[in-house]
Write a protein that binds this ligand. Structure first.
Ligand SMILES: [Zn+2]
Length: 132
C-alpha cells in the first residue's frame, strides 16, 4: 500500500518578456509562443563558470534579437500530419476491436478446458499428456 502526502506544485500562470515586458496568461495563444532559455555556464564561459543564465522572451523580441541568424523551418506537410492522426485513430479502434474479439474467443476456449487439480509437476505433466 502506498501512502501519499500532499505537496504544493507551482506552475507558470503568467509569463512576461524580459526585454519588452509583454505579458501572456496561460491559455493565451501567445503564452505558448514565448521562448525561454535556461543555461548553466561551463568552464571558460564569459558569464562565469557555474553561473546560470535565464531569459524569457516574447516571440517578437526573440526574432528581433536573433535577426537573420534565426533559422525557421516550416512543417513538412500539415495535410499529412492530420491524415496520419485520423489513420492512427481508425487503426487504434480496429486494433481494439480485434483484441476484444480475441478475448471473447479465448474465454470460450478456456471455459471448455477442465484441468485436474494437481500439486506436483509429475501429475501436472500426466494431465497434459491425457489431453494429447
Ligand atoms: Zn518582448
Amino acid at each position: 500500500m502506498k501512502h501519499y502526502k500532499e505537496i504544493v506544485v507551482q506552475e507558470v500562470s503568467v509569463i512576461s518578456c524580459d526585454k519588452c515586458g509583454e505579458q501572456a496568461k496561460q491559455g493565451d495563444y501567445s503564452f505558448s509562443e514565448f521562448i525561454s532559455v535556461h543555461h548553466s555556464c561551463g568552464y571558460e564561459s564569459i558569464h562565469g563558470d557555474g553561473n546560470k543564465l535565464n531569459i524569457d522572451l516574447c516571440q517578437k523580441c526573440f526574432a528581433t534579437i536573433c535577426g537573420e541568424s534565426l533559422i525557421i523551418t516550416e512543417p513538412e506537410n500539415w495535410d499529412n500530419f492530420f491524415q496520419q492522426k485520423d489513420t492512427v485513430s481508425d487503426d487504434f479502434m480496429s486494433e481494439r476491436e480485434n483484441i476484444i474479439e480475441k478475448k471473447g474467443a479465448a474465454s470460450g476456449i478456456l471455459s471448455n478446458i477442465k484441468a485436474d487439480k494437481c500439486d506436483d509437476d509429475e501429475s501436472r505433466q500426466s494431465s497434459i499428456n491425457k489431453e494429447n
